[in-house]
Design a protein around this ligand. Structure first.
Ligand SMILES: Cc1cc2nc3c(=O)[nH]c(=O)nc-3n(C[C@H](O)[C@H](O)[C@H](O)COP(=O)(O)O)c2cc1C
Length: 358
C-alpha cells in the first residue's frame, strides 16, 4: 500500500477564519469534497446528528447573510461577501447518544456537529478556500428560511469562498502550550492551586463570612419589611396566604441554606475557580434585598412581580451552576426556589387585588 503522509499540522496552521472573500465562485465538486470530509467525522455512538445545507442561491444567501449579521451590532457583516453559505444543522441524535448525553451531562450532539463542521473547514482550507464558523445569527430566521423542523437546530453557519488576498494577514492568537496541555496530570497552574478544596480554619472562617454576607442581604431586605406588618395585614390576600409571622422563620431558614450552599461551592473550588457562580450568588443577594423594598416600601406591585421572576431565574441558574461543582449543594437551593414560586404567586395575587395600594 502506498501510504503518503500529508502534513496535517501545516493544514491546521494554514486554516484560519476568513472574513473577506473574493467574488470567485466555488466549484460544486470542491464543496462535495468538503461535505465528504464532514460525512467522515466521528460522533458519539456514531450518531452522525448533522445535516449540512449548502446555500448558493443568491436571493436566499442574501437573506441568510442578513440573518447572520448582528443587527445593530457590527457583527458578521462579511457574511454578505461569501459566495457560499453553509448551515450546519444539529439533528436529534440516536437513542444511545441521547441517553449517554443525559447520563453524562454532556452535549454530545453539539460536540459532534462542531467536529463535522471543522472537518468541512479543514478540507476547504486544503482546497485553498476560506471559511468562518458563525455561532452568532438569528436562529429563528435561519430556521424559517431553510424550513428546518423543530426537531433539529441550526447550530452553526459557515461562510465559504476564496479569500480576498487584500484582506491582510490572519491573526492567530493562541494560548501558550503549557497553559493548554500537560502530561500525566492536570497542570499545576495558579488556578489549579486556587481550585484546591479549602479546609481547616479557613473553611470555618469562610462559612462565617458567607453566612454574614447572606444575612447582610437579609437585614437590608428586612429593613423594608420591619414596619410592613400593618400594610400586609390590610392587603386583600388569597385564602392560602400564610400568616405574617411565618415569613421571618421561613426566610431565616432559606438564608441559612443559601449561605451554606455558597460556602460549599467556595470551599470545593476556591474563589478563583468558582468566581462565576459565586458572583452570580452575590448579585442574586442584591436582587433579593431590593425585592422587599420594591414590594413593601416602594409598593411597586408590577415591578416587584417582574423582580421576583428575575430572582427565580437567578436562583435557577445558581442551582444549575452549583450542581456542576457540587451536586448535593443544589438541593440546598430547591426549597428556596419552591418558596419563591409560592411568593411570586402570592405577590401576583396581592398586586392584582390591591390596585390602590400597590
Ligand atoms: C462555535 C464557533 C462560533 C463562532 N462564531 C463566530 C461568529 O459569529 N463570528 C465570527 O466572526 N467568528 C466566529 N467564530 C470564529 C472564531 O472567532 C475564530 O475561530 C477564533 O477567533 C480563532 O481564530 P481562527 O479561526 O482565525 O484561528 C466562531 C468560531 C467557533 C468555533
Amino acid at each position: 500500500m502506498n501510504e503518503t503522509r500529508t502534513d496535517f499540522l501545516d493544514l491546521a496552521t494554514r486554516r484560519h477564519s476568513v472574513r473577506a472573500y473574493s467574488a470567485r465562485p466555488v466549484d460544486r465538486a470542491i464543496i462535495d469534497r468538503c461535505l465528504e470530509a464532514a460525512r467522515l467525522a466521528p460522533s458519539a455512538c456514531n450518531s452522525q446528528p448533522w445535516t449540512f445545507i449548502v446555500i448558493d442561491d443568491p436571493v436566499l444567501r442574501e437573506a441568510l447573510a442578513s440573518a447572520a449579521g448582528g443587527g445593530m451590532l457590527p457583527l458578521n457583516h462579511f457574511t454578505r461577501q461569501a459566495p457560499v453559505l453553509v448551515a450546519v444543522v444539529a439533528e436529534r441524535a440516536n437513542m444511545s447518544a441521547r441517553v449517554g448525553s443525559r447520563v453524562k451531562d454532556k452535549p454530545f450532539a453539539m460536540m459532534d456537529v462542531a467536529i463535522a463542521a471543522e472537518h468541512f473547514c479543514l478540507q476547504a482550507a486544503d482546497e485553498g478556500l476560506g471559511t468562518c464558523m458563525l455561532g452568532w445569527f438569528d436562529e429563528p430566521r435561519v430556521r424559517s428560511l431553510l424550513d428546518i423542523p423543530s426537531t433539529a437546530r441550526p447550530a452553526l453557519m459557515l461562510t465559504l469562498g476564496y479569500p480576498d488576498h487584500h484582506s491582510g494577514a490572519a491573526k492567530r492568537r493562541r494560548k501558550p502550550m503549557e497553559q493548554i496541555s500537560a502530561w500525566n496530570r492536570y497542570p499545576q497552574t495558579q488556578s489549579a492551586k486556587a481550585s484546591a478544596p479549602v479546609s481547616g480554619r479557613r473553611s470555618v472562617a469562610g462559612l462565617i463570612l458567607w453566612l454574614a454576607v447572606t444575612y447582610l442581604a437579609a437585614v437590608i431586605g428586612g429593613a423594608a419589611t420591619a414596619r410592613a406588618g400593618a400594610f400586609y395585614a390590610d392587603l386583600t390576600r388569597p385564602p392560602w396566604a400564610p400568616p405574617g409571622w411565618l415569613f421571618g422563620p421561613v426566610w431565616s431558614l432559606l438564608y441559612t441554606l443559601m449561605g451554606i450552599a455558597a460556602w460549599q461551592v467556595w470551599r470545593t473550588r476556591g474563589w478563583r475557580a468558582a468566581r462565576g457562580p459565586l458572583c452570580l450568588y452575590l448579585a442574586h443577594l442584591g436582587v433579593n434585598a431590593v425585592w422587599s423594598w420594591l414590594f413593601f416600601a416602594w409598593r411597586m406591585g408590577a415591578v416587584a412581580f417582574g423582580w421576583i421572576l428575575l430572582l427565580m431565574a437567578m436562583v435557577f441558574a445558581m442551582i444549575r451552576t452549583f450542581r456542576r461543582i457540587r451536586p448535593a449543594t443544589a438541593w440546598l437551593l430547591w426549597p428556596y426556589l419552591a418558596w419563591l414560586i409560592f411568593a411570586a404567586a402570592l405577590a401576583f395575587y396581592v398586586w392584582q387585588r390591591n390596585p390602590g395600594l400597590l
